[in-house]
Design a protein around this ligand. Sequence first.
Ligand SMILES: Nc1nc2c(c(=O)[nH]1)N[C@H]1C(S)=C(S)[C@@H](COP(=O)(O)O)O[C@H]1N2
Ligand SMILES: [Mo]
Length: 338
Amino acid sequence: MKNRSWELSESEVTDKKFYLDRRRFIEGATLGALALSPSWVLANKSVEGISQHTGTRRYEPNSPAWLNNKIQAATQGEYRTKEKLTPHQYVTQYNNFYEFGTDKGDPFVYSQDLRTDPWSLEISGEAEVTGKFTLEDILKPHDLEERIYRLRCVEAWSMVVPWIGISLGDLLRRFKPTSRAKYVRFKTLLDPAQMPAQGSNFKAIDYPYVEGLRIDEAMNELAFLSVGLYGEVIPPQNGAPLRLIVPWKYGFKSIKSIVSIEFMEKRPKTTWEISNAREYGFYANVNPAVDHPRWSQATERRLPSSLFKPNRIDTVMFNGYAAQVAHLYTDLDLRKHY
Ligand SMILES: Nc1nc2c(c(=O)[nH]1)N[C@H]1C(S)=C(S)[C@@H](COP(=O)(O)O)O[C@H]1N2
Ligand SMILES: [Mo]
């Protein structure tokens, strides 16, 4: 294979058997670094869910057979990194999914009953083909591939995750976007009965969660839709059954549990921009030279990270994907368009 610019360091075996062996190993251990108490407690939830937090019980996907089969048939894609994978337990128990609470452990505890089958995706706006499609219709023509990407949160932590899914551009082209399609808007499911924080009186952000990309960003080779991770169906806390992955941008662009994709002429307003435009821009490209008003972006904590082993590394422009995406921004002042 060609020497790829995103292959930054040490090699690691990544086949599925390895995942499963590793999984068995990490499940035996507890995850001391994670806070075990949710930010709020749901009146109608038993404490039973909390016991999952000890890491002894694995997520049992109730996903349909066709999807499990597709995931099992996924091939190794060419987008990889030689960096160490972030352990499964961190990837699936240290999450941002505000619909289920704002503590990192909340999504794992409160999302397990999310109904992901049946699931439908509405395609609308500036395209020749629009309508409501089942997840199966969406995925049917595509073979799944595994891509190992870095995920860099604006909170200055990062992970390395083996996702399984499809190229976003390959999917979008099927709907034949018109020449007026300059942007793409994505929306997360709005369902307070299933996503308890959406019904709270003290919402951290507006719902449904909305994200967007410029059409050329959406068509970039790196933009990805994930339906799996670590060789299995993606668990709810990571955005089941379908979530976006935009590895050169801060994690908040990688919207979870998508129910709508709309081709638009005008730039959509996105959730974090609406909540605080000074702190979160539309572009949100990973950029060590442009600090967030409340914290530096020059370095990041690569998980697992602890007080004694912070594992702090330098943040790289475009999260290490400049060769693939820098050309998208040659006309843009990235200080102004953060
Ligand atoms: N719908 C929705 N999508 C979301 C979020 C969210 O709160 N709601 N959080 C974002 C943020 S801030 C990050 S860092 C990533 C985290 O993805 P992970 O939990 O799979 O690591 O999801 C993003 N997608
Ligand atoms: Mo984030």
